[in-house]
Design a protein. Structure first.
Ligand code: C5P
Length: 228
C-alpha cells in the first residue's frame, strides 16, 4: 500500500514547504483542482525540479464528451505525470477514447476511474444516481476495468468488492482516510489505515490530517510506520 499526500494548501509556497519537509519519504504527491487551477503546469514542473523522487498524481477527475476527455488526457500525459483520474460515469466510450489516446504515448500515466466520491453517503448517492451505492460502484468499476483502466477510486469500504467484481490486479485508490481519529470534515465514507490494509487498498490518499497537523512530517512518519 502506498501513501499519496494531497497538496491542497492555500498557497503554492505552503505546498512547496510541505513537499520539502517530506524529503526522503517513499510517497506520492497529489496535485488536485485547487493547486492546478491556481498554479497550473508550472507547479508540476516545480515539483519535478525540486527532485525529491516523489511520483506525481494529477487528480483532475475528468468528465466530458469522449473527444474532449481524450484530448485532455493527452495533455495530462504530456505533463509527464505518473497517475491521473477521470469519472467512470463519463461512460465507456469516453474511457475507451482516453485509453486509446494514451496508448499511443510513450509513457502513459496510470488511469483511475472515480466511482463515487467519498463525500457521498448512500442516501446522497441514491438521490443523485437513483441506484444503491454498493451495486452501482461495482458496475462503474467493472466498466472501467473493461476499458482497461488501471484502477478505481473508491472508499475503503468498497475496495474488496471492486477487486472481487473485477480482478485482484485492478488497483484501488482510497481517499477518506482518517489515520488517527481526526475530524471527518466533509468525508462520509471514512476509514483508518488498518481498515485500508484489510481492504487491500493499493493507494491511500490523505490531505487534511497531514497538512493541517502541527507537524505534518511526524504524521507522515506515523502513517508510514502503520502501513508497513
Ligand atoms: O483532506 P482529505 O484527506 O479529505 O483529502 C482527500 C483528497 O482526496 C482531496 O484532495 C480530494 O479532492 C481527494 N478525493 C476525495 N474523494 C474522491 C477522490 C479524490 O476525497 N473520491
Amino acid at each position: 500500500m502506498q501513501l499519496c499526500v494531497a497538496l491542497d494548501l492555500e498557497e503554492k509556497s505552503q505546498n512547496i514547504d510541505l513537499l520539502k519537509s517530506l524529503k526522503g519519504f517513499p510517497i506520492w504527491v497529489k496535485v488536485g483542482l485547487r493547486s492546478y487551477i491556481r498554479d497550473g503546469r508550472d507547479f508540476i514542473e516545480e515539483i519535478k525540479k525540486i527532485d525529491l523522487g516523489f511520483k506525481i498524481f494529477l487528480d483532475l477527475k475528468l468528465y466530458d464528451i469522449p473527444n474532449t476527455m481524450a484530448d485532455a488526457a493527452l495533455e495530462c500525459a504530456k505533463l509527464n505525470i505518473d497517475m491521473m483520474t477521470l469519472h467512470a460515469s463519463s461512460g465507456k466510450n469516453a474511457m475507451m477514447a482516453v485509453m486509446e489516446r494514451l496508448g499511443a504515448t510513450s509513457k502513459p500515466p496510470l488511469v483511475f476511474a472515480v466511482s463515487a466520491l467519498t463525500s457521498f453517503d448512500s442516501q446522497e448517492f441514491q438521490s443523485i444516481y437513483n441506484a444503491p451505492l454498493n451495486d452501482h460502484i461495482q458496475t462503474l468499476a467493472k466498466m472501467a476495468f473493461e476499458c482497461n483502466l488501471d484502477g478505481a477510486v473508491c472508499s475503503v469500504h468498497e475496495s474488496k468488492y471492486i477487486k472481487k467484481a473485477t480482478d485482484p490486479s485492478f488497483l484501488t485508490l482510497t481517499p477518506g482516510i482518517r489515520p488517527f481519529s481526526e475530524n471527518n470534515d466533509d468525508q462520509k465514507r471514512v476509514a483508518d489505515i488498518d481498515g485500508a490494509k484489510e481492504a487491500l487498498s493499493d493507494f491511500i490518499v490523505i490531505g487534511r490530517p497531514i497538512y493541517k497537523a502541527t507537524n505534518p512530517k511526524e504524521v507522515v512518519e506515523r502513517i508510514l510506520e502503520k502501513i508497513k
